[in-house]
Design a protein around this ligand. Structure first.
Ligand SMILES: Cc1cc2nc3c(=O)[nH]c(=O)nc-3n(C[C@H](O)[C@H](O)[C@H](O)COP(=O)(O)OP(=O)(O)OC[C@H]3O[C@@H](n4cnc5c(N)ncnc54)[C@H](O)[C@@H]3O)c2cc1C
Length: 404
């Protein structure tokens, strides 16, 4: 029986399958995953799993019985090789051809390659999947000096864990501030200070020229200035690229992601794209965005699951994200891009505060550290399109629940 094929058995793909069933879809569901592990959560890979506080089983998104009980045909270790949109069928690695009525693309993202000499040496590591995390965990236990290339979320989460394990850690970042692509300047500065206090050396505004090595193994990172930072482990965290090749070859519209509309349909009405892969319109940003977050993967999976079950659903959820670095829980709601005003709520010196960012006088994004009530309040304000002024946001006596 033809039914739904979902390519990519990650957070988004699994959620689409589960939600389609929850919403009453009765047709066949085939969930195809290139990785051999059953669907698992990625966030702990750079946090609890790396620290040794969570094992492989703890990462799994659903128990082994879930797939049979939900009548979801999970095929792990299988890659979708091509899509024939006209004939509505997918060719799998191994040669099997499977027809579909509706197709969901949830292939996620792949690590951005590091195109410099020495990038292929041993002990140069990238973190995206479980096998990467297993290798990094093993390498950390034998390492003394780590250099992290890129001060994004994954680089800094790794830095905090590695410093906590007693490694000498240096983070090299080309931009002038940490997590600069996503965070307000005040929050970025706070995290830079805290990482320094945790013993991490930050080299901001510094480019990397090459990775030096001996006998096939990395021994250091060479900056564009010529300076060499010694390292026995190099963690590369320079971001990801959406895995669009399959969609591109199938003739679907792509840009920085697979282009979808507000119902998450691609340029082919029988094909959806969700999660890290989807470039989607949103009322929370002045232009379409591609978001790399669990919230986005889950909520888009839910929306497509409902649509598959015949409940035509538009996607309109508030983006939110978190990151744990040392004792600090960073939470973000909304999107900060193109903001022209930011106010502090609380005192950074206290270690718990928020930054409220406004675009044209309207609240657009809120970064909070160790302030869960501010984060939840912000999500509610953004969901309800409630009005709040910069003065109210900056006044800790103003109850966020009063914004209307
Ligand atoms: C180390 C790490 C830490 C993170 N921490 C956080 C965090 O703290 N908070 C947060 O909100 N987000 C975090 N994220 C991001 C979050 O995990 C992702 O946004 C989320 O996993 C995206 O889900 P997805 O299903 O779109 O993609 P993925 O989870 O990447 O799943 C895509 C799957 O598709 C498979 N695939 C690709 N091509 C094919 C093919 N042709 N055939 C079959 N299968 C294919 C891939 O192998 C992969 O398993 C983190 C990510 C990483 C890597």
């Amino acid at each position: 029986m033809t039914g739904v094929i979902i390519i990519g058995a990650g957070q988004a793909g699994l959620q689409a399958a589960a939600s389609a069933r929850d919403e009453g879809y009765a047709g066949a569901i085939t969930l195809i995953g290139a990785e051999t592990a059953p669907p698992y959560q990625r966030p702990p890979l750079s946090k609890a799993y790396l620290k040794g506080e969570m094992d492989d089983e703890g990462l799994e998104l659903r128990g082994a019985d879930f797939y049979a009980e939900s009548n979801i045909d999970l095929r792990t270790g299988v890659r979708a090789e091509t899509i024939d949109c006209a004939a509505r069928r997918v060719t799998l690695s191994g040669g099997e051809i499977v027809p579909y009525e509706k197709l969901v693309l949830a292939m996620g993202a792949v690590n951005r390659p590091l195109n410099i000499a020495g990038a292929d040496l041993d002990a140069v590591m990238f973190l995206r999947g479980l096998t990467d995390a297993q290798a990094i965990k093993a390498a950390v236990s034998g390492a003394r000096r780590a250099v992290v290339i890129g001060a994004g979320f994954i680089g800094l989460e790794f830095a905090a864990v590695a410093a906590g394990k007693g490694l000498d850690v240096t983070v090299v970042e080309m931009a002038p501030r940490v997590m600069g692509r996503a965070l307000s300047a005040a929050m970025s500065d706070f995290f830079a200070q805290q990482h320094r206090a945790m013993g991490v050396t930050l080299r901001l505004g510094a480019g990397v020229q090459a990775i030096a090595g001996e006998n096939g193994r990395a021994t250091g990172v060479v900056l564009t200035s010529g300076e060499e930072l010694p390292a026995d482990l190099v963690l590369v965290g320079i971001g990801v690229l959406p895995d669009i090749a399959l969609a591109e070859h199938a003739g679907l519209e792509t840009a920085d992601g697979v282009v979808v509309n507000e119902t998450l349909h691609t340029s082919d009405p029988d094909i959806f794209a969700i999660g890290d892969l989807s470039l989607h319109p949103t009322r929370f940003a002045p232009r379409p965005v591609r978001l790399e977050s669990v919230q986005n993967a889950i909520d888009q999976g839910r929306a497509v699951g409902a649509t598959l079950a015949g409940k035509h659903t538009s996607y309109d959820k508030v983006p939110w994200f978190w990151s744990d670095q040392g004792p600090f829980k960073l939470q973000m709601a909304g999107l900060n891009m193109d903001c022209d005003q930011a106010v502090l709520r609380g005192d950074p010196a206290s270690g718990a505060f928020s930054v409220f960012s406004f675009r044209g006088g309207v609240l657009a994004g809120v970064d909070s550290v160790n302030k869960p009530a501010d984060h939840l309040g912000a999500r509610k304000i953004l969901t309800n399109r409630a009005a709040i002024t910069p003065q109210q946001a900056a006044d800790e006596a103003f109850d966020l629940r009063r914004a209307t």
